[in-house]
Design a protein around this ligand. Structure first.
Ligand code: GAR
Length: 191
């Protein structure tokens, strides 16, 4: 049995990274090869230290102004690249090299509240401002355009008038923890 390799990208806290790592911890058929971050002080690095997962940070030069990260990804031969709270746009050289092999989680029901600048609390604040009665998560393939790749899974959370933006974030995180690892698992199984 070939072990499937996942590479994760994250920019912030990394609670999804930790949740995914815990989900696959006892699995011999799936391994997290490394976590890559664009922020050298991101909390996700502390989590990786604790979880004993390799973590590396990179700058724009490595990511989009040269082919350094592209070459690194190609040499690591991941089965799946997972964006778990990663905020930079993926360069076309990378999306072209890994068609249908990069997935992202977005903390809203796309196409609503997607696009440039729509990440993390910005999304939840906008959902609150527009008095939405529901929000949710969208797991989708990544193409060259922000939040526009084919949708793989959406899940909804109901909102009440008294929910703050922080309450909305908590409801969305709950859905992320429940569904993201399972969807990753399903994609890997189908490959
Ligand atoms: C998650 O809610 C994820 O959906 C969102 O960032 C958060 C990261 O949380 N991603 C985006 O907004 C991408 N546009 P985490 O660092 O605790 O996993």
């Amino acid at each position: 049995m070939k072990t499937k390799k996942i590479i994760l990208f994250a920019s912030g806290s990394g609670s999804n990274v930790e949740n995914i790592a815990n989900y696959f911890k006892l699995r011999k058929d799936v391994t997290i090869c490394c976590v890559l971050t664009n922020k050298r002080d991101a909390k996700v690095i502390d989590r990786c230290n604790r979880l004993e997962i390799t973590a590396l940070s990179f700058n724009r030069q490595a990511f989009s102004k040269s082919d350094f990260i592209l070459n690194m990804l190609q040499s690591l031969e991941p089965d799946l690249i997972v964006l778990a709270g990663f905020l930079w746009k993926i360069p076309e050289t990378i999306t072209n090299a890994f068609p249908k092999q990069i997935v992202n989680i977005h903390p809203a029901l796309l196409p609503k509240y997607g696009g440039k600048g729509m990440y993390g609390m910005n999304v939840h604040n906008a959902v609150k401002k527009h008095k939405e009665t529901e929000t949710g998560i969208t797991i989708h393939y990544v193409n060259a355009h922000y939040d526009e790749g084919t949708i793989i899974k959406q899940a909804k959370a109901q909102l009440t008038k008294v929910d703050s933006a922080e309450d909305i974030a908590a409801k969305v995180h709950q859905l992320e923890y429940e569904y993201f690892p399972k969807v990753i698992d399903e994609i890997l199984l189908k490959q």
